[in-house]
Design a protein around this ligand. Structure first.
Ligand code: BES
Ligand code: MN
Ligand code: ZN
Length: 512
């Protein structure tokens, strides 16, 4: 396996008229005719080329549009990259994040070694510069990423590393942006890590490997500890849900418990949050087997759990003053002579019994054990993330994750983090009516409802394991992968949830 592109990020104080770089990226609004001072200066040095391209209409500065003008002896940069920011009144931090991603993606395509970002220049004073720096950093990591670990051809291959710098002539601005870059780098790297692990297929990554990665993170970190329950310990603990789902594969299931205890503050006065993620390393459906079309995509069924792993990496690096459990139940769902079957009655970790009516509804079977574990550990807040239902994708498409929960304030906090991080969520119900459908005649619960509202019945199932904790559930089935590359992202895993959860936990740490 070869390494994914290495990205280095920093700030640099420059004189824009003399800047030496492969690419200088600047932003433009689609509805502002007058060029800002930087663009006007560049336009003049380029003999009016920016104005010409706008006048001809080849570049209309629509959001995420990108075009290149080549430098001359009057400008230091080899290329000026114009990035569209859309309408000025609609610009958000996510516009900047995506603009930065577009620039980074294009830079990698061009095999240029250095990208100098001056996107913030178009914004004026309406944004906090630290937040702008963070968004640029996150975007640069996101856009430059592509998953090519297993591509062995090196001929005409991409560069091994990319240098990105955020440039300005004002050292005060630089200082403020740098604060955000430090955070954005941690988050951007964690999200790329998440994408790489999630992109690895089922023959490479299975539960034991996920556990190995968690242990590696703990080894490298001062604040993290990691305990892995193997199949013997799962049995002793009575984690019947995780064991049942993992019983069909030669790769044994595990339950990973990562703990972050901040080194910076006294841990016992702080609230405890559990983040829980589904890590099914491959979901064939089991005995209730899935159709073969697109079944390969079920290698992404570990995305929720991997996002938890990566979030733990980020919050440890940021040393957030919060106690956080990262709980990752992991199994491979395969049919075999030892698989769990439709009709089986499973006693889960909570003591509740579940009648299995469909072995393909396996996510809730492993999550209910992990959630009950968090409740037993008296976590104040539990947030779970899972590629749980195709129904959620039917309801919301591929743009937003479903958000369910039992506490309005917690739901609002997640929605706020969503707005800040650009990872979108939409509220959905999980009320009593849905729980009613999950009652079994021969056990406490069954693992599927009717044909309708599948995302809601799945959430209503999980809700019954949270005990007294405040709980939120994110169904990320629709948002975990991009099937074709876009302007700002390559195909494959999106790493969804890392930015969202880090923003949520960071806000929580700041409010304490
Ligand atoms: N991992 C799937 C959900 C999924 C489907 C994620 C498509 C991404 C894309 C989950 O384990 C599953 O199979 N859910 C079933 C539930 C059903 C049997 C109640 C589903 O959605 O069909
Ligand atoms: Mn399934
Ligand atoms: Zn699944």
């Amino acid at each position: 396996m070869k390494d994914i592109i290495e990205v280095g990020l920093k700030t640099r104080k420059v004189d824009f008229s003399k800047i030496k770089t492969d690419i200088l990226a600047v932003g433009l609004f689609s509805d502002v005719e007058k060029l800002d001072s930087l663009n006007a200066m560049l336009n003049k040095a380029l003999g009016g080329a920016i104005q010409d391209i706008l006048k001809i209409g080849d570049f209309k500065a629509r959001e995420r549009a990108c075009t290149i003008i080549y430098g001359n002896e009057k400008v230091g940069a080899k290329r000026i990259m114009l990035i569209g920011l859309g309408e000025k009144g609609k610009v958000t931090l996510d516009t900047i994040r995506k603009a930065s991603a577009v620039a980074a993606k294009k830079t990698v395509e061009l095999k240029a070694k250095t990208l100098s970002l001056a996107l913030h220049n178009a914004l004026g004073k309406s944004f906090d510069l630290s937040e702008v720096g963070q968004a640029c950093a996150e975007g640069a990591y996101y856009g430059s990423y592509s998953y090519d670990e297993f591509i062995t051809e090196s001929e005409d291959g991409r560069l091994g590393s990319l240098k990105v710098e955020i440039v300005d002539s004002d050292s005060n601005k630089i200082k403020n942006m740098n604060k955000g870059i430090v955070i954005g780098t941690v988050i951007g790297q964690a999200q790329c890590y998440s994408r790489t692990i999630a992109n690895r297929p089922g023959n490479i990554i299975y539960p034991e490997k996920v556990a190995g990665l968690a242990k590696e993170l703990a080894r490298k970190s001062k604040s993290l500890t990691c305990t892995v329950f193997n199949d013997k310990q799962l049995k002793e603990k009575g984690m019947g849900g995780i064991m049942a789902v993992g019983s069909g594969s030669i790769h044994k299931p595990v339950f990973i418990v990562l703990k972050h205890k901040p080194t910076s503050k006294k841990a016992n006065s702080l609230p405890t949050v559990a983040i829980v993620g589904k890590a099914i390393t491959f979901d064939s459906g089991g005995i209730s087997i899935k159709p073969s079309a697109s079944m390969d995509e079920m290698k992404f069924d570990k995305s929720g759990g991997i996002a938890i792993l990566s979030t733990m990496k980020a919050i440890a690096e940021l040393d957030l003053p919060l106690n956080v459990y990262g709980l990752i139940p992991s199994a491979e769902n395969l049919p075999s002579g030892s698989s769990y079957r439709p009709g089986d009655i499973i006693t889960t970790f909570s003591g509740k019994t579940v009648e299995v009516q469909n072995t393909d509804a396996e996510g809730r079977m492993i999550l209910c054990d992990a959630i009950a574990y968090a409740a037993k550990e008296k976590c104040d807040i539990i947030v779970d993330m899972a590629t749980l239902t195709g129904a959620c994708m039917v309801a919301l498409g591929k743009h937003m994750a479903g958000l369910m929960g039992n506490d309005d304030e917690l739901m609002k906090q997640i929605q706020k983090a969503s707005e800040e991080s650009g990872e979108k969520v939409w509220p959905m119900p999980s009320s009593e009516e849905y729980a009613e459908e999950m009652k079994s005649k021969i056990a406490d619960l069954k693992n599927i409802g009717t044909r309708w509202g599948g995302a809601c019945t799945a959430a209503a199932f999980l809700k019954q394991f949270v005990g007294e904790s405040k709980w939120a559930h994110l169904d990320v089935a629709g948002v975990d992968l991009i099937s074709g590359a876009t302007d700002y992202a390559s195909e494959g895993s999106t790493g969804f949830g890392v930015r969202l959860l880090v923003a949520f936990l960071k806000n929580m740490a700041n409010s304490k």
